[in-house]
Design a protein around this ligand. Structure first.
Ligand code: ADP
Ligand code: MG
Length: 233
């Protein structure tokens, strides 16, 4: 699914620079559910953003679904992003003045579907996250857990091969976090490949593999016995 070789990333700060990723090697196969862990500032989001083509590495190789991701034009990157990737963020990143259905339908706009097809597909995914009856509500009328479900439905709408989640439970209470994790586990059971950035051990244990970042490198990469979230919800 993806292969990363000797990836480096620095950020300029004044006259000097901050070397955040110092040679990352990572391979993720189709069907995996991987937690990327590390303390705050360890470069988790930087890595996820590069994987998500929201940012570019300084050096190293990155191949996504057989496509070398390098020197792509913004237009081409957008096409691949839309085709391959779905994103979920800690702060949901919903559009506040659009209702749930419109939020979910948004990425479908870029898929060349007509209005009716977009609505149908968005409804299907809203139903999948159990929120069809909330279709016409604005994000401000929804709870945190509901907002994250809408964001998941939006991420799934274009049927991405890879789901990228940056601290998806970071703004949620424990019970709601586990409900979201249960849903992500079900998606992974159905075959979806998922990468989750988290700094919470209990969330990481609900994945199948844990990759730990420290001081710019991967200090540990191991398979774990997946804890099922359903036993807590
Ligand atoms: P994490 O997600 O693990 O908390 P980040 O990847 O967000 O870590 O950040 C890693 C380091 O890079 C931090 O020290 C952060 O301050 C710095 N950093 C992140 N983004 C930028 C940026 N756009 N410009 C400068 N420094 C950045
Ligand atoms: Mg982060």
């Amino acid at each position: 699914m993806l292969k990363i070789n000797q990836l480096h990333k620095s950020y300029p700060i004044g006259d000097s620079s901050l070397h955040v990723l110092k040679g990352i090697d990572l391979e993720v196969n189709s069907g995996e559910m991987v937690a990327i862990m590390g303390s705050s500032g360890s470069g988790k989001s930087t890595l996820l953003n590069i994987i998500g083509m929201l940012d570019e590495a300084d050096s190293g190789d990155y191949i996504l679904d057989g496509v070398p991701i390098k020197n792509l034009t913004e237009k081409k990157a957008a096409v691949y992003r839309n085709k391959f990737l779905g994103f979920i963020f800690q702060s949901f990143n919903l559009i506040n003045y659009k209702n749930a259905l419109e939020n979910v339908a948004l990425p479908l706009y870029y898929q060349g579907l007509n209005r009716k097809e977009r609505q149908e597909k968005a409804k299907f995914h809203l139903q999948k996250v159990g929120l069809l009856e909330w279709a016409h509500h604005l994000p401000s009328e929804l709870s945190g857990g509901q907002k994250q479900r809408i964001a998941i439905a939006r991420a799934l709408a274009a049927d991405p091969k890879l789901l990228l989640a940056d601290e998806p439970t970071g703004a949620l209470d424990t019970k709601t976090s586990y409900e979201i994790m249960e849903f992500l586990q079900q998606l992974n059971d159905e075959g979806k490949t998922i990468l989750i950035v988290t700094h919470e051990e209990d969330i990481a244990e609900m994945c199948k593999r844990v990759v730990r970042l420290r001081d710019g490198i991967i200090e540990e990469d191991k398979k774990v016995n997946q804890v099922r979230a359903s036993q807590y919800v």
